[in-house]
Design a protein around this ligand. Structure first.
Ligand code: AMP
Length: 177
């Protein structure tokens, strides 16, 4: 009998201090992507939180594409990208949201999700929740029903979960400082 190996995802997330600016500890997920077994286990673990009636996986640019597209493939669902401004070729619906300094904007193809469709939102990391909550609003404005928000990493000390209200939030790893 072969015993399944337990994978500690924390071993595959690398801290990069002072990136992209002083005081930020960047959680680098590239070691996780680079290990086929760990990446596969990560996608399988995320798939446990995809309900049977979900129709579409929505990934946020850019690392949300890596996890979201793999998850879509594993679950047999479609994948929809939410992109930075000016990247999508067809008619878009956009949302602007506040960053620590200034504003940012995310876009989705208007016809990418339909009214009442059950959608799973995916990104690599939940920090303040600004990006995910803007995407949640964007999807709600198009009439989609976001049934879960999935992340590989949560930085719990930044309280991002509050920004997502009642929507169920799941993550594989949480850092408390
Ligand atoms: P937020 O909108 O504050 O929740 O930030 C989430 C987005 O920013 C995600 O798309 C992450 O990829 C990225 N991000 C924010 N903080 C970090 C961090 N410490 N390490 C890696 N990515 C981060």
């Amino acid at each position: 009998m072969t015993l399944a190996k337990t994978i500690n995802f924390r071993d595959f997330i690398r801290d990069i201090p002072d990136y992209p600016k002083p005081g930020i500890v960047f959680k680098d997920i590239t070691p996780l992507l680079a290990d086929g077994e760990a990446f596969g286990a990560c996608i399988s673990a995320l798939a446990c939180h995809v309900p049977n009636d979900a129709a579409v996986i929505v990934g946020i640019e850019s690392r949300g594409f890596l996890f979201g597209a793999a998850l879509a493939q594993l679950t047999g669902l479609g994948f929809v990208p939410v992109r930075k401004p000016g990247k999508l070729p067809a008619d878009v619906h956009a949302i602007e949201y506040e960053l620590e300094y200034g504003m940012d904007r995310l876009e989705i193809h208007r016809d990418a999700v339909s009214h009442g469709q059950k959608v799973i939102l995916v990104d690599d990391l939940l920090a303040t929740g600004g990006t995910a909550s803007a995407t949640l609003k964007l999807l709600n404005q198009l009439g989609a029903d976001v049934v879960a928000c999935l992340f590989v990493v949560e930085l719990s000390f930044l309280g991002g979960r509050k920004a997502l209200g009642e929507t169920p939030v799941h993550y594989l790893l949480s850092y408390s400082d």
